[in-house]
Design a protein around this ligand. Structure first.
Ligand code: SAH
Ligand code: DHB
Ligand code: MG
Length: 239
């Protein structure tokens, strides 16, 4: 996460960057976790991974949500270099993260950074497409072979967001959290034309409207800005 991000992917406003730059030294002072997160960013850059990990403050917010939920079993779809994964796994010595990633190279980089952080025994990176892996995990939960999830972070291919949410809810405990990244996309979610033509906007609308109409969850959307983003998250509480 280079400061300022990639202008072809991210929207910028100097106020958002200034506020992040003000907040970060207070909220994320030097610590062993920060050292490990810095390694993840450097390792991702070294391997030319795209600069699309969550922001530092969003990672911290995901970790807070896990702590509020007392989450012990966390699911992630879309590992990339393991940046959000390490935030999630940082929330307790007894927390286990299962993270699904389709790209072998991303998974290899992530595993290296996760091992560097000393988290290899508490994080499983499963290589495969979410649409293949999640039903397998759900079957294992249904067979009692793995515990229900307490928190899920969905951050992979946006067109399949609804399918991922549907699977995640099906293997979550009551009062679990499910968060879907990138559902606002610089405001483009509100553009009716893009909703017809853009796969990721179609995916955002499908998951927002699906969650809104789903009896199994309560849901809301939070618009977010920061050093590299104007985007937002869908937040669901499983009933
Ligand atoms: N959660 C990460 C960023 C994930 S970027 C972080 O914040 O640090 C999205 C990731 O999803 C990429 O690594 C991409 O390879 C992966 N991805 C794309 N399609 C996928 C699929 N069908 N199944 C699983 N992962 C997928
Ligand atoms: C993209 C994907 C993300 O998960 C994200 O947080 C930002 C951008 C992208 O594919 O452009
Ligand atoms: Mg994302």
């Amino acid at each position: 996460m280079s400061k300022g991000g990639d202008p072809t992917i991210h929207e910028h406003d100097p106020r958002w960057t200034d506020v992040d730059n003000y907040l970060l030294p207070h909220l994320q002072p030097p610590s062993p976790l920060q050292t490990n997160l810095h390694y993840v960013v450097t390792n991702a850059e070294k391997h030319d991974l795209p600069d699309i990990a969550v922001s530092a403050l969003q990672g911290q917010f995901l970790a807070l949500q896990c702590k509020l939920l007392n989450a012990k079993h966390v699911l992630e779809v879309g590992t990339l270099g393991g940046y959000s994964t390490i935030w999630l796994a940082s929330t307790g010595e007894d927390v286990h993260v299962t993270s699904v990633e389709v790209d072998e190279m991303h998974a290899a980089v992530a595993r290296e950074s996760i091992a560097n952080a000393g988290l290899a025994d508490r994080v499983d990176v499963i290589v495969g497409p979410g649409l293949g892996v999640l039903p397998r995990l759900r079957a294992e939960v249904e067979q009692g072979k793995r515990p229900k999830f307490d928190f899920t972070f969905i951050d992979a291919d946006k067109g399949n967001n609804w399918a991922y949410l549907d699977e995640a809810v099906g293997m979550s405990r009551s009062r679990a959290g499910v968060v879907v990244d990138n559902v606002v996309r610089r405001g483009r979610v509100a553009d009716d034309g893009l909703a017809e033509t853009d796969e990721s906007i179609r995916g955002s609308r499908r998951v927002i409207e699906g969650a809104a109409g789903d009896e199994r969850v309560d849901a809301s959307v939070l618009q977010l800005v920061g050093e590299k983003n104007y985007d937002g998250v869908l937040v669901c509480c499983v009933k």
